[in-house]
Design a protein around this ligand. Structure first.
Ligand code: URA
Length: 248
């Protein structure tokens, strides 16, 4: 259930503000009943919604992956006027929203969709969908420090679930290491906080995989539609039991 003006805007009727005016003007009916106040909720999959007597068309579901650049906000609008992900979706008229977040300074694979059920499936904490990152950190973490991340480490919001961790590159001259880490949760700034907890500041972070889906040759700032097979595989991994982890 969503607010009626949001449902109308998502169906491409007009902007949300304009749709509010249409509701107040008495042009909108839900299941044959005229709605003239704001705040009424409806479900376009279930309710018969008309504008000026014409049924609204339900929006086609779309599924995208983007290679987000750093310096871009994962939200629809930014009050400070910074770049947002939708600025990088030319040709997409549907209102899509991100499946989970990437920090302003994190780059890499971001899924976007207008399918709320799909987004919930992939982000629900109990589904433990793996997300893989390349983290370049200051200093070279000792193997025992990485083992702590593998076992689970205490953060201010509790223990993390076990992660998969391996060295990708060690640059002794620069005093930096790049580590590939797969986590099965999606807490706020989780990877950065995990490395901070073992004494290593993350200086570059990129998500390279979501489930089994990788960025491959998708250029920075570019997006593409997912294939039906990729959508199915993402759904399957969220529902599968094989990668499910058990917290100690
Ligand atoms: N972990 C982080 O610290 N930041 C992200 O953007 C994603 C995961």
């Amino acid at each position: 259930m969503e607010r009626l003006q949001k449902v109308l805007a998502a169906a491409g009727i007009a902007s949300r503000r304009k749709c509010e005016e249409m509701i107040l003007a008495g042009l909108v009916e839900v299941n044959g009943v005229k709605v003239t106040t704001l705040g009424v909720k409806a479900d376009p999959a279930v309710d018969a919604i008309t504008v000026n007597g014409k049924p609204i068309k339900s929006e086609q579901k779309i599924y995208l992956m983007m290679n987000k650049s750093k310096g871009v906000i994962t939200s629809a609008k930014d009050p400070q006027g910074r770049k947002v992900v939708s600025d990088f979706l030319p040709g997409i008229k549907e209102r899509v929203y991100p499946v989970g977040r990437l920090d302003y300074d994190t780059e890499g694979l971001l899924l976007l969709t207008n399918d709320g059920e799909f987004a919930n499936l992939l982000t629900h904490p109990s589904h433990h969908v793996p997300k893989t990152y390349r983290a370049t950190v200051k200093g070279i973490p000792h193997g025992t420090a990485l083992e702590q991340l593998q076992k689970g480490i205490k953060l201010e919001d509790g223990m993390t679930a076990p992660a998969e961790v391996e060295y990708h590159d060690v640059d002794t001259e620069a005093g930096e290491a790049t580590i590939t880490i797969t986590i099965f949760e999606g807490r706020n700034r989780q990877v950065r906080r995990m490395f901070e907890a073992i004494g290593h500041k993350v200086i570059k972070l990129k998500r390279i995989r979501f489930g089994e889906l990788g960025l491959e040759s998708l250029g920075r700032g570019k997006y593409r539609h997912l294939t039906p097979q990729e959508i199915k595989e993402l759904r399957d991994i969220a529902k599968s039991k094989t990668h499910k982890i058990h917290k100690k």
